[in-house]
Design a protein around this ligand. Structure first.
Ligand code: AMP
Ligand code: MG
Length: 323
């Protein structure tokens, strides 16, 4: 049973307990999960029925809280000052101390952050005192919800609760701005017009470049594009045997014997647990394999059911030949 809540403190308590809670914002309703909790983040993808992992926006109660997790330059601070709380999402480099689970950021070294403008949600975010990951609160492939009733129509029975907050006044998603490079790039037009952003970061008369459809697709399916994110050791899929020169990404109770290094995604064979250990595992195995002078990585088969589909999609990208 999905509960309809009016008290932000109740929503906060559920989130801290690892439950999923949809929350209102000025843009659309978000599907919230404790971003420190990998299992809660994995549950977001399950509830949405998403066949791939894409990076989620993390929501904070204040710019101070957001900038404790990411590195904010002068542009980011000026934009936050002007537009937060509000429908602007900034993509910035993660701090080394960032505690947001790698799955929430789809394994990237960057993180999308935002302070939403909704009183009940801000109260909830203050109470949890941690980042809340939140894609739109709809099933994959359906339109974004702008009322609690829309959320329930898609997700009733799949999430713990919805924090009731009325209809969303903006109704389109936030503008997503990539500030990780020297030049700002518009990844998604949204609630804050590009011209208003240009005015704040001193680009009057110089329109922000809009990421190409291809680049945006790559960001949604990161790893195709971002070389720091793809493992440096070659990855072999559907391994049925492994050598001592390979690092093994195992799944299930019977890891293939003889690997030079081992990371088991889920000894119990649980795809949701495997999702929470995927990005940390790829990173650790890659580093460990290089440290030991191994020549490659091999991944055991993972069943293509539930989050297994998203895991296989991500592994296929990591194994694809590099440009
Ligand atoms: P939604 O899931 O509807 O909230 O959309 C989130 C948007 O933010 C998508 O377009 C993502 O590709 C984008 N996004 C989130 N995190 C990042 C990131 N680290 N780098 C680039 N884009 C991101
Ligand atoms: Mg969406």
């Amino acid at each position: 049973m999905t509960r309809l809540l009016t008290d932000p403190a109740e929503a906060a308590a559920l989130l801290c307990a690892g439950e999923l809670v949809a929350f209102p914002s000025e843009t659309v309703y978000g599907l919230g999960a404790d971003a420190w909790n990998g299992a809660a983040v994995a549950a977001v993808f399950t509830a949405k029925g998403r066949p791939h992992f894409n990076p989620l926006i993390c929501h904070f109660a204040s710019s101070e809280a957001a900038f404790a997790e990411v590195v904010a330059d002068a542009r980011a601070r000026a934009l936050a000052q002007k537009f937060w709380p509000g429908p602007l999402t900034l993509v910035l480099p993660r701090r080394p101390s960032c505690r947001v689970d790698l799955l929430a950021g789809a394994g990237l070294d960057t993180l999308a952050v935002r302070v939403p403008a909704h009183a009940a949600t801000l109260a909830m975010l203050r109470q949890v005192a941690r980042p809340i990951a939140g894609p739109s609160a709809n099933r994959s492939g359906q339109v974004s919800p702008t009322s609690a009733a829309h959320v329930l129509a898609g997700l009733a029975g799949r999430i713990a609760a919805v924090l009731e907050g009325g209809d969303c006044p903006v109704g389109v998603e936030s503008t997503v701005l990539d500030l990780t490079g020297a030049g700002a790039v518009l990844l998604r037009p949204g609630g804050v017009p590009a011209a208003a952003i240009e005015a704040v970061i001193g680009r009057v008369g110089r329109p922000l470049p809009l990421a190409t459809a291809e680049a945006t697709r790559s960001l949604r399916s990161p790893g195709m594009l971002l070389s720091h994110y793809a493992p440096s050791l070659p990855l072999r899929l559907e391994a049925q045997a492994v050598t001592g020169a390979e690092a093994l990404l195992a799944f299930g109770p019977r890891p293939l014997p003889g690997a030079g290094a081992l990371w088991n995604l889920s000894p119990g064979g649980d795809v949701a647990e495997a999702a929470t250990r995927l990005f940390s595992g790829l990173r650790w195995l890659d580093a460990e394999g290089q440290r030991l002078g191994l020549t490659g990585m091999a991944a055991m088969p993972v069943p293509a059911e539930g989050l297994g589909e998203a895991i296989l999609d991500r592994l296929a990208r990591a194994a694809a030949p590099r440009e």
